[in-house]
Design a protein around this ligand. Structure first.
Ligand SMILES: C[S@@+](CC[C@H](N)C(=O)[O-])C[C@H]1O[C@@H](n2cnc3c(N)ncnc32)[C@H](O)[C@@H]1O
Length: 474
C-alpha cells in the first residue's frame, strides 16, 4: 500500500486532513507532509491510517456524516463544551483531584491494584521488559503482582508518554521493534542483568475481524521480532497476548499462524502453552476474548498450569474454586455521573461527544441490549449496517469488547444502556479495568486508542499471579 491510494480515498469522500488527523491521532502537519511526499509514513502508520479512513468511510456510508454538504456533520456539531486535552501527568492529577466521586467495591479494587503496582519492588523482584507496551495495561497487571519493569518498547509516542507517566522507572529501550539489534539486547543484559520475563502483544488489527485479515499485512509478521528478542534474551518466561482469530488465520504459505508461532518458540528453547481466555472469567466487567501464550524456558523444568477464570454465571459447584458472579457494566460505571450527548462532568475523562440529532432520534427509545436497526418504524432505522451497530449495551452483563473506536456511536455495541450517547473515555477505561489513578494525557484520540488496545490490567494480574506462584516462588 502507498500513501497515494489513501489520499485518493480521502479526497473521494471529502474527508479533510484535519478530520483524518483528529481521528488517527497523527498531526495535520504529518499528514500534509505525507501527501506532499515530503515525508514517507512507516508501514505501521499506513495501516493505521487505512483502518481509520475505512471506519470514517463506513460512517459516511451509514449516514452518520452528511457528505452532500461537502462537510462532515461532526465538525459542524463541534462539542461546545469539549474539555481541553490533558496536557501532562500533573494536569491529569489536578483535574482528578477536583472531581466529585464516590467509591464502589470495583473502584476500590482498581485503586488497590494501582497501589500495589506502584509500591517499591523487592530487590529480588523478577525483572521484566514489555514489548509493544502500548500505554501499559499488561504491565500494570504484572507490576501489581510484584514484577519490576526495567524497560519497554513502543512505536507510538503518545502511548510511550502514558507508559512513562505511570512507570517512571522503566526505560524506553526502543521505538520500532524492527530496529532492535542483537547488540542492543546484549547491552540490556549488561545494564540490567538477566531479564526474567518478557511480556507483550504484537498489534492484532491484522488478525482481527475489524481488520481485513490479510496474511500479507506487515503487522502479522511483527511476532517474528518478538521471537527473535526471546531467542537472544532467553528470559525464564514470556507472555504473548493476541486476538482469538489468530488461531484460525493462515500464513501466505497456507499454514496456521499459531502453528508457525509455536514452532518458532519451540526452536528457541521454550515450552509454550496457550489458552483462549475471556476477560470476564477473570473479574473484568467485559467480554473480551483473547489468546494468551505463556512460554517457559525448557531448562526451568516447571509444569505450568494456566490460571482458571473463577468468575462465572453458571450455577456450578466446582471442587477447584468457589465461583464468583461475573462483573457487569453497572458494577464498573454506575457511580459515574449520568450524561447525555454533549454533556461533561467533573471527571476529566467522563464527558460525551455531541452526536448528530438524527442519530439521537433513532436511538432515543431503543431499549438496552437492542439496536436502532431493530426499530419497528423503518424511518427510525439507520440506512444500512448490521444489528450489532447503533446498539445499546446491557447494564447487568459484562460490557462488550472495548475497541479503539468505542466513542463512535455507529460502532459495535458502543451505546450506553440508558443514556443516548456512546461510551465516555472513563467508562471505557473502567470496563478495561484501568484504575482512575492511572495517568492519561495527550490527545483524546490517542487516549482512546491506548485504552482500546490494552490488555485489561485485572486479567494481566491474574496471569501474573499464577506465573509468580508457579515459576518465581522459590
Ligand atoms: C495491542 S497493542 C499493545 C497493548 C499493551 N499490551 C497494553 O496492554 O497496553 C500493540 C502495540 O504495539 C505497538 N506497535 C506497533 N508496531 C510496532 C513496532 N513496529 N514496534 C514497536 N511497537 C509497535 C502499537 O503502537 C501498539 O501500542
Amino acid at each position: 500500500m502507498v500513501y497515494a491510494e489513501l489520499k485518493k480515498k480521502r479526497k473521494k469522500y471529502n474527508i479533510s486532513q484535519t478530520k483524518l488527523a483528529e481521528a488517527s491521532g497523527y498531526s495535520k502537519a504529518a499528514i500534509s507532509a505525507w501527501e506532499l511526499e515530503k515525508n514517507t509514513p512507516s508501514n505501521y502508520e499506513l495501516f493505521h491510517l487505512n483502518d481509520v479512513l475505512s471506519s470514517i468511510i463506513k460512517d459516511i456510508d451509514e449516514g452518520v456524516f452528511d457528505i452532500r454538504k461537502k462537510r462532515i456533520r461532526h465538525s459542524k456539531m463541534k462539542n461546545r463544551n469539549l474539555p481541553p486535552p490533558i496536557k501532562n501527568a500533573a494536569d491529569y492529577k489536578k483535574r482528578l483531584s477536583l472531581r466529585k466521586s464516590k467509591d464502589t467495591p470495583y473502584s476500590k479494587k482498581l485503586s488497590e491494584l494501582y497501589r500495589r503496582a506502584l509500591s517499591p519492588k523487592k530487590n529480588n523482584a523478577p525483572k521484566a521488559i514489555a514489548l509493544f507496551s502500548g500505554c501499559g495495561g499488561l504491565s500494570l497487571g504484572f507490576a501489581s503482582e510484584g514484577f519490576n519493569f526495567v524497560g519497554h518498547i513502543e512505536i507510538e509516542q503518545s502511548a510511550n508518554k502514558i507508559y512513562s507517566d505511570n512507570f517512571p522507572e522503566s526505560q524506553l529501550l526502543g521505538t520500532d521493534i524492527s530496529d532492535i539489534s542483537d547488540d542492543d539486547i546484549h547491552k540490556w543484559i549488561s545494564e540490567y542483568g538477566n531479564i526474567d520475563i518478557l511480556v507483550g502483544g504484537p498489534p492484532c488489527q491484522g488478525f482481527s475481524l475489524a481488520g481485513k485479515r490479510d496474511p500479507k499485512d506487515i503487522r502479522n509478521q511483527l511476532y517474528k521480532y518478538y521471537v527473535h528478542i526471546v531467542s537472544v534474551l532467553q528470559p525464564k518466561v514470556f507472555v504473548m497476548e493476541n486476538v482469538r482469530l489468530l488461531t484460525s488465520m493462515k500464513n501466505t504459505d497456507g499454514r496456521l499462524f499459531i502453528d508457525c508461532i509455536l514452532e518458532s518458540f519451540s526452536k528457541t528453547g521454550y515450552h509454550v502453552i496457550w489458552q483462549e481466555t475471556n476477560a470476564c472469567d477473570y473479574g473484568v466487567p467485559q467480554s473480551r476474548e483473547r489468546i494468551i501464550l505463556i512460554g517457559i524456558r525448557k531448562d526451568i523444568k516447571k509444569e505450568f498450569i494456566f490460571p482458571i477464570g473463577t468468575y462465572t454465571n453458571e450455577n456450578q459447584t466446582n471442587i477447584l474454586f468457589s465461583p464468583k458472579k461475573r462483573l457487569t457494566f453497572r458494577d464498573a460505571t454506575s457511580d459515574l455521573q449520568p450524561l447525555e450527548s454533549g454533556e461533561i462532568s467533573s471527571d476529566p475523562l467522563h464527558w460525551s461527544i455531541v452526536h448528530p440529532e438524527h442519530v439521537i432520534t433513532w436511538l432515543k427509545n431503543v431499549p438496552e441490549g437492542c439496536s436502532a436497526h431493530e426499530n419497528k418504524d423503518p424511518a427510525m432505522r439507520p440506512p444500512s449496517g448490521f444489528n450489532t451497530t447503533y446498539k445499546r449495551i446491557k447494564w447487568d452483563e459484562p460490557c462488550s469488547t472495548i475497541s479503539t473506536n468505542f466513542s463512535m456511536i455507529s460502532g459495535c455495541r458502543n451505546v450506553h444502556p440508558v443514556s443516548t450517547r456512546s461510551l465516555t473515555i472513563r467508562e471505557a477505561a473502567r470496563v478495561q479495568s484501568f484504575p482512575d489513578e492511572f495517568v492519561f494525557s495527550g490527545k483524546w484520540g490517542d487516549i482512546r486508542k491506548a485504552i482500546g488496545n490494552a490488555v485489561p490490567p485485572i486479567l494481566a494480574a491474574a496471569i501474573a499471579k499464577s506465573i509468580f506462584k508457579q515459576v518465581f516462588n522459590d
